[in-house]
Design a protein around this ligand. Structure first.
Ligand code: CTP
Length: 429
């Protein structure tokens, strides 16, 4: 494949960005939002990616071939049987990421059925790289159970992600959920997908992505003492928070890790504060974040903070009795919500976790409800069975307007996906 490879590669020596030198195939289907594909192509090129445009026949009705060719410096591909060879196989091998934007209801339906009746669907079926879809359609089409079941099917495929749609005005003037996520937001979400597929690293100089950033990470359970020898606690192992701290430090961040009672080694290059209870964690957070939380660019609140503590912990060991024992519990402060409430402006970026017993759409809805209630920027939602005491995990990263799958894979992999995401968000300003 020819085109702007040389220009893009020349940019590799510039400031590291997650899309530098990445080969992205931008697939455009027939929606009025197709014109936004030009803005997306430009955003990807600015981030240093090499962009190969592919358009369906319907997309060509909405956006001129020469617009994308002029921007990317590469010929638009749209035919299955063009020249020698097999364009879909060639494109699938070349691509490090497929971005389908806009993705129409029809394209999603064909993909969900495994059809390969045009260059985009055939390439997607052949590809083993991450695939990101940005749906765009009238809200009535998006809400239709058929589209919803196609979306659910596609979301479940390993490496496939749906970015949006978002609530807003659509081409007909109607309002609802169906508007394509803005091109800049699509571009910002892509590094996390690439990080996931490459088990961190690839051709990307990972160490630099968070350089100069200050992160505070909490990890592990809290223990709320009943007496000098007993406590109320939970099954959090702390592994996820420790993996995030390690991943951020490897990427050049200055990391303070506030750890509940866990038996884990401090990751290299990380400063650690050990605490036991929720109230101790609150003091440690105040110390690490400073006045007005001005000392941190981001807080990752991974700790499983106890919601209640004994009202009156006993100073002496509680002795066995013959009857039942009642212990009065009082609520602990919600540390993350307090910080969300007190925040003025957009920093620190607040990332929370939500372990739920729900799954699928309910899990995402629960994560988003927590995001709104606690006034934070993103929530990692995972099912209890995927999170507690396991080495491998999977989760959904829920933001105000998108959902990104994390894993399945090691906590290390998911931690790398999260730090890539944070790096991209902090870069946005
Ligand atoms: N959290 C916190 N302080 C608490 C409880 C939770 O800061 N007292 C943080 C956690 O670290 C996590 C997020 O809030 O980032 C969500 O925790 P979770 O226990 O799922 O939320 P709760 O508000 O306790 O909701 P639930 O009723 O589902 O337990």
């Amino acid at each position: 494949m020819s085109g702007k490879e040389d220009t893009a590669q020349a940019r590799v020596s510039g400031p590291p960005a997650s899309l530098v030198g990445r080969r992205i195939t931008l697939c455009v289907s027939g929606s009025i939002a197709a014109y936004k594909a030009a803005v997306l192509a430009r955003a990807l090129l600015h981030a240093g990616a090499i962009v190969q445009p592919v358009m369906t026949q319907a997309a060509l009705q909405f956006l001129g071939r020469s617009t994308l060719e002029g921007l990317t410096g590469r010929p638009v591909r749209s035919e299955m049987f063009e020249g020698p060879g097999e364009p879909h196989v060639e494109l699938a091998r070349w691509s490090q990421l497929l971005v389908l934007a806009p993705a129409t209801a029809d394209l999603m339906a064909r993909l969900a059925q495994g059809r390969a009746n045009d260059l985009i669907t055939a390439t997607a079926l052949c590809a083993r790289c991450p695939v990101a879809l940005a749906p765009a359609m009238h809200p009535a089409m998006w809400e239709h159970p058929l589209t919803q079941s196609n979306a659910a099917r596609l979301r479940e495929l390993p490496g496939w992600s749906l970015l949006g749609p978002v609530f807003g005005e659509v081409a007909s003037g109607d309002e609802g959920l169906g508007r394509m996520l803005e091109p800049e937001q699509i571009a910002a979400a892509l590094p996390v997908l690439l990080a996931g597929s490459e088990q961190s690293g690839g051709s990307q100089p990972a160490a630099q992505l968070l350089s100069g950033r200050r992160l505070v990470v909490t990890a592990g359970p809290t223990a709320e003492d009943l007496d000098p020898v007993r406590s109320l606690t939970n099954r959090s192992s702390g592994k996820m928070g420790f993996a995030i701290a390690a991943s951020a430090a490897r990427r050049g961040a200055q990391v303070t890790l506030i750890a509940g009672p866990v038996a884990l080694e401090t990751p290299a290059g990380v400063s650690r504060i050990d605490v036991r209870s929720a109230l101790e964690m609150r003091s440690a957070l105040q110390q690490a974040l400073g006045e007005g939380a001005a000392l941190a660019d981001a807080l990752v609140m991974c700790a499983a903070v106890a919601d209640y503590r004994p009202q009156q912990p006993s100073t002496a060991k509680l002795k066995r009795g013959t009857g039942t024992l009642t212990i009065e519990l009082v609520p602990n402060p919600d540390l993350l919500a307090e910080l969300g409430q007190a925040r003025v402006g957009q920093r620190p970026f607040l990332l929370g976790f939500a372990v739920e017993t729900a799954a699928g759409g309910e899990l995402i809805a629960a994560g988003r409800a927590k995001l709104v209630r606690k006034k934070v920027d993103a929530i990692v939602a995972n099912a209890a069975s995927d999170a507690l005491g396991t080495d491998d995990t999977r989760a959904v990263l829920v933001t105000r307007d998108a959902e990104l799958p994390l894993g399945p894979g090691s906590k290390q992999l998911v931690a790398d996906q999260l730090t890539e995401f944070l790096a991209a968000r902090l870069q946005e300003g």
